[in-house]
Design a protein. Structure first.
Length: 256
């Protein structure tokens, strides 16, 4: 199984969350994507072609960025991005494959049911605290006037609360931002806490105007599910999976 299907997104969308398990006809050694954009190992090139082939487009349609655990958002067009630093991408152009890489951080795919708009978001704990979700959806609304009530979101495989044990320097900012609702004391450890990044991002999506019924979270925890790459479990040996989304090409002009 080289990818996990998202749920609750428009059926015309080609989207998914890759795993560490290569397709049967894969010609590389590891089905993985390099930690940094524009790093071209043979495995990453072959892995990318699995995704672009599934989406029915060529490699030139691939769009990714150098992820920096921030809150910068980029709109993708038919022009090449170059070496851009960001943690979220969105587009109104069909035929572009948007991709972000993770190995425990939270991957999110967002799509409108009424407008031709999609986004992919990389939300590590820093990006979650900076509300990368809110920055992304604000950027979309500012550029297009889209109604966020028409959007759905899927949170993909990531580190779950029981595996995300942190010190006070991480826990306290989340306690302040979310009024303790996404932070719990680690059982038997006075100075350790568990933070629920899935719940935090779900709440931020709701705060932007998405209905709870249109926010889905897949149940896989990357730390404990060996089908996925996990930096916390594998450290330097961890590869990367991607969350990707592509709208089918159409003849109409993108909205302005």
């Amino acid at each position: 199984m080289w990818k996990v299907e998202p749920i609750g997104l428009p059926p015309s969308l080609r989207a998914g969350f890759t795993t560490s398990q290569a397709p049967a006809d894969f010609q590389g050694n590891r089905f993985t994507f390099e930690p940094k954009a524009h790093t071209e190992s043979r495995d990453s090139v072959l892995s990318r072609r699995v995704v672009t082939s599934f989406c029915g487009v060529d490699d030139d349609s691939w769009r990714d960025v150098h992820q920096v655990h921030g809150a910068n958002v980029i709109e993708c067009t038919e022009e090449s991005l170059g070496r851009v630093e960001a943690d979220a991408l969105w587009t109104r152009h069909p035929g572009l494959v948007l991709a972000i890489r993770t190995a425990d951080c939270v991957p999110i795919i967002v799509a409108s049911w009424t407008d031709h708009i999609i986004a992919v978001i990389h939300a590590g704990w820093r990006g979650t605290h900076k509300n990368i979700v809110g920055h992304t959806l604000d950027a979309i609304v500012a550029a297009t006037g889209a109604e966020l009530g028409s959007f759905s979101a899927v949170i993909g495989p990531c580190i779950h609360a029981h595996a995300f044990e942190v010190d006070a320097d991480v826990a306290v900012p989340f306690q302040d931002a979310f009024e303790h609702s996404v932070v719990e004391q680690t059982p038997g450890k006075d100075s350790r806490w568990n933070v629920d990044l899935v719940q935090a991002n779900s709440r931020q999506l709701e705060a932007c105007g998405l209905s709870p019924e249109r926010i889905k979270a897949l149940p896989m925890c990357t730390v404990h599910d060996s089908r996925f790459w996990s930096h916390r479990r594998q450290r330097a040996q961890a590869g990367r999976q991607v969350a990707f989304a592509c709208m089918e090409p159409r003849s109409e002009t993108p909205i302005s």
